[in-house]
Design a binder for this molecule. Structure first.
Ligand SMILES: Nc1ncnc2c1ncn2[C@@H]1O[C@H](COP(=O)(O)OP(=O)(O)OP(=O)(O)O)[C@@H](O)[C@H]1O
Ligand SMILES: [Mg+2]
Length: 244
């Protein structure tokens, strides 16, 4: 479960000397990550790389730690051993503020339970990441994003006036509006009927493919995992290519 080869920096330097193309830094690198609650190990020795623009699905039994792992990747949870690098930046080396800044700039996160703010309308929800980045004149960007996820004309609705599938599209629009290099999605279609889930997956995959966004998708859905470039299976012992 270890990644063979010299450290990234050494690889880059020797590739440059030989005139071979330099591989891009991974969008996400996780090395020997372990998470425990007291005496209970949730997972140990999780090592993986996600290339820029790559779509990786993570599957595994309920309770094995998929959401915990995704939260660690976003620097939203603590771990007990190992490290997480987002766009080459080691999260452990950053203080809370720097971590929050990196998260705002480089990451999008789609939660299973939408986490749409109920008192903001659809357009305000989608505009939130841009506001946090201090960007101005974002109306056109938000409108284009709503268009891209098929919610044109619904910007002034409140979340309670939307269906589950529409709410999930708001969450996806919000996670992608600032064009992060990496999108982390936790069961984004878990609350939807199969036909709506398939449409939401179509849209999610189309968006990440169009913009070269790396995607890590946690899912129990075989149909959703089948769309990925790679499927990884999380167990208490670590993470490996899913068999069959
Ligand atoms: N604060 C906590 N204290 C102790 N154990 C916890 C805590 N939070 C989560 N756990 C445990 O950690 C394990 C991993 O939980 P997690 O939510 O990551 O699983 P999951 O793989 O996402 O499951 P599901 O597929 O059902 O969403 C579970 O066994 C859970 O009970
Ligand atoms: Mg979970």
């Amino acid at each position: 479960m270890s990644t063979a080869g010299p450290p990234q920096g050494a690889q880059h330097r020797s590739a440059q000397r030989e005139g071979t193309p330099v591989p891009p830094a991974p969008a996400l690198a996780v090395d020997g990550l372990a998470k425990r609650y007291g005496e209970t190990t949730v997972f140990a020795d999780v090592t993986l790389r996600v290339a820029p623009g790559e779509f990786v699905a993570i599957v595994g039994e309920s309770g094995v730690g998929k959401s915990t792992l995704l939260n660690c990747m976003a620097g939203l949870d603590h771990w007990d051993a190992g490290r997480v690098l987002v766009g080459g930046q080691d999260l452990s080396a950053l203080d809370d503020d720097a971590r929050a800044r990196l998260r705002r700039q480089a990451l999008g996160f789609v939660f299973q339970a939408f986490h749409v703010l109920p008192h903001l309308d659809v357009a305000q929800n989608v505009a939130l990441p841009l506001m946090l980045l201090g960007r101005h004149g974002t109306d056109a960007t938000v409108a284009a994003m709503l268009d891209a996820v098929g919610l044109q004309g619904l910007g002034t609705r409140l979340p309670q006036q939307l269906s589950g599938g529409q709410l999930q599209r708001v969450a996806i629009a919000r996670a992608l509006v600032h064009r992060p290099a990496l999108l982390l999605a936790d069961e984004p279609t878990g609350n939807l009927d199969p036909a709506t889930a398939a449409r939401v997956m179509d849209l999610l995959v189309a968006q990440v493919r169009a913009h070269g966004t790396a995607l890590v998708l946690v899912t129990h859905s075989e149909a959703a995992a089948a769309r990925a470039d790679r499927v990884l299976h999380l167990t208490a012992q670590g993470i490996a290519d899913a068999q069959g």
